[in-house]
Design a protein around this ligand. Structure first.
Ligand SMILES: [Zn+2]
Length: 66
């Protein structure tokens, strides 16, 4: 196993942990829908946090126009 492979695996695990935590934090919120934007971190299209405007799924501010 290459060093790079291990590093990628760690990033994926971190993202999974983050997504779980964010879904718990956002439990009481309804996402703001705007299907013109996609999150480059987790691939979600169009769901942002109505308060912060960060990704509703992973809480990144990493949007691109679809
Ligand atoms: Zn995301």
């Amino acid at each position: 196993m290459s060093k790079n492979h291990r590093k990628n695996k760690t990033i994926q695990t971190d993202l999974d942990d983050r997504i779980r935590r964010v879904s718990y934090d956002n439990e009481a919120l309804e996402p703001y829908i705007n299907n013109e934007y996609q999150c480059l971190t987790c691939g979600t299209v169009g769901k942002s946090n109505p308060i912060t405007s960060f990704c509703f799924v992973c809480d990144a501010d990493n949007w691109t126009v679809v």
